[in-house]
Design a protein around this ligand. Sequence first.
Ligand code: FEO
Length: 387
Amino acid sequence: MALNHVTDSIFYVGVNDHEIDLFEGQYIVPNGMAYNSYVIMDDKIAVMDTVDINFAQEWLGNIAEVLGDRKPDYLVIQHMEPDHSASIAEFLKVYPDTVVVGNAKTFVMMQQFFGADIAPNREVVANKGTLELGTHTLTFVFAPMVHWPEVMVTYDAADKVLFSADGFGKFGALDADEDWACEARRYYIGIVGKYGAQVQALLKVAATLDIQKICPLHGPILTENLGYYIEKYDIWSSYGVESEGVMIAYASVYGNTKKAAEMLAEQLKAKGCPKVVLTDLARSDMAENIEDAFRYGKLVLASVTYNGGIFPFMQTFVHGLLERGYQKRTMGIIENGTWAPTAGRIIKGLFEKSKEITWLDTTVTIKSAVNAANEAQIAAMAEELMK
Ligand code: FEO
């Protein structure tokens, strides 16, 4: 099998997972998942991260092919989440003399997951600390909360490669033919979305480096047009509006709230709104819905009032937005309730602490079914959204 070169001396040894049902226990991944790992061949040899435990043997086989009759000197652990760390013990069974490289927090987590004896040979690195391999010198840059506290990324000045840990990753195995931004955005917003400030800090450091290739722990190696990917990350991590448009997310029981949402969508389209996303929160992927809410600049929430609160799927959706720091958006409400429509008041209360939320003047309040007054409210809301 041909070796999978990243550069003359850096090799890809990761694996594709098409067996997984839910990534991180919650995200559907119709095209599977890739767990990336790399080998840097030099006077000393470093392996960058491990893979999910179900693929340890395949990964070790990939490593053995690259190594030939040599042995690795270092196993660098950039992130302790088990999709990248679970195969440390399997690796050390084969290569027991390898020095495991991490930071102080890495080794605390390693002990918690795998016990105190897991890595007897270890090197604890500091932020901006280096590891000399020969031609390659690895510089470790701590990136706390991108996506866990111990995360660090690694820069190789020789080949101008950034090993970016979870950063710039995406859902989907590497043999899946799919758009990068779609699954990278769903991955980023879902998994790292809460930590925009920390990603911004990392982007500032990255801007000082000459980077020609980005090697993430998930998704393809990025080799061209890096500005495109960095710009996406800048927008996402600063909670900026990526695309002009309106998302209408509804939670409906008998179809009356849905009807109002559809009427609004039709009117926006008729007025030439650049993009209208209409979604039934009960019958769509919640991660995709949350991603869309962060993508577009305007969001209308349409919910029935339910047990004195809001409908469960709307509750889940709103919670998903709040926990990821939803902000800087224009929002509107369509509420429905047969005897006491309070969904709007409750939803607005939930966003009370969110930064820079502008509420539309118009709220659509339905009592059971859309009437003529509601139609006028929907028209007024469409008008306002197009301003
Ligand atoms: Fe891919 Fe945060 O683990």
